[in-house]
Design a protein around this ligand. Sequence first.
Ligand SMILES: NC(=O)c1ccc[n+]([C@@H]2O[C@H](COP(=O)([O-])OP(=O)(O)OC[C@H]3O[C@@H](n4cnc5c(N)ncnc54)[C@H](O)[C@@H]3O)[C@@H](O)[C@H]2O)c1
Length: 442
Amino acid sequence: MSSDRYAQIVNAPVLATIARQVGLPQPVELDRYRPGQPVVAGPVLSGAAPGGRLEKPIKALLDAIGAERAGTAGEAKALVFDASGIADSTELVELQRFFHPAVGRLQRSGRTVVLGTTPALAGTPRAHTAQRALEGFTRSLAKEIGGRGATAQLVYVEPGAEDQLGSTLRFLLSPRSAYVDGQVIRIGLGVAPLPDLNGDRPLARKVALVTGAARGIGAAIASVLARDGAEVVGLDVPQNAEELRRLTGELGGAAISLDITADDAPRQIAERLEGGVDVVVHNAGVTKDRTLAKMPEERWTQLLEINLSSEERIDDELLGRGLLNENGRIVCVSSMSGIAGNSGQTNYAASKAGVIGMVESMAPELAARKATINAVAPGFIETRMTAAMPIGPREAGRRLSSLSQGGLPVDVAETIAWLASPASTGVNGNVVRVCGQSLLGA
Ligand SMILES: NC(=O)c1ccc[n+]([C@@H]2O[C@H](COP(=O)([O-])OP(=O)(O)OC[C@H]3O[C@@H](n4cnc5c(N)ncnc54)[C@H](O)[C@@H]3O)[C@@H](O)[C@H]2O)c1
């Protein structure tokens, strides 16, 4: 985080005291994944409300990752609570009973995960209501512990999808989810048979197309997918051909230099992926900010073409030719602006909200093809795009989140790698923010 001068300044010893006294947020350095590390680097405390149905899969996952169990006293790196047994609002007190004595013991960059049942599938109106209440609880808990760099998430598991929990719990408990905070994730029945994955190369023998791969978040996505074993096909505009080739060369992948808005781009991409593709990451995107009063049509159209329409055309071509392999993945990059809206970004926010619409509308079709489509919605990520912002909005973007800092491109990439994993067959139609629980549009 060398670019984050604010963090360096407010954490310097003397200034730290002053910053604390005047109430400025003091970001802590977040744990991030390094190859070879365990999933959870410390004791895990788990609990359950009576009548839950997730105790077995939670235990199986904790055993599989060799998690140390926390004792009744002492610190914990992670707290996991199965709330699926809560069927009435009077039973929500089980949350207080488990977390009240445990929350003070949570370590820096700790993890809390609450698991429940998809409210609409909880069986009775009372159970639906109680399960829905978990959202407010989890999002508030995230705000209370964010100062320690710790996070809280809620995972709703559809009845019958208990066996689909592994890849998601593994991701949320690990430092790979460093900048994912206050999120609600929905797990459903798997779209394809669950593969038996061991080791740290879940994407071995998989082909992954990453658009906008020459730099920024796209380069991080390409690197993380290659680290996980994928054969990466990076794509970027011809002007960035050299940067792109350097990166894909290092990763042992292939490069496609073209503009995704070109008329024949979908056909060209399909021809390069003739042998099939397992993961398609729609990352290429631009901003062309102007208030609506000053927005010429050309500026609007160029942006919508790049950020949304070309993605639809590429998907149509790949799906039309049957090139997305079984248990395939489409992962789109939306944005917090697409959720919250942002002054000066009517075009950008429309495109990024459209990306969310694309995920919603295509999820059933993808499931029928034994594939999934999901999106990540980054908040403030430290890249060239955000470095170019004026200092006021830039600092606000960084600080107005539960973790009081911007995220790194690798945080978005790790989230995409989780969605892209062949083990994430039960994660379809989700939009997961990577925003440190930004206060905007929470
Ligand atoms: N940086 C952030 O804070 C942030 C926040 C939310 C969302 N995002 C989204 O993340 C994605 C990556 O952003 P970034 O910050 O890395 O930006 P960036 O500008 O550093 O990288 C974007 C890449 O996409 C490529 N690209 C642009 N138009 C293209 C086209 N027509 N055809 C092919 N490639 C094209 C660019 O050449 C560039 O290499 C974008 O979709 C962006 O909207 C970024």
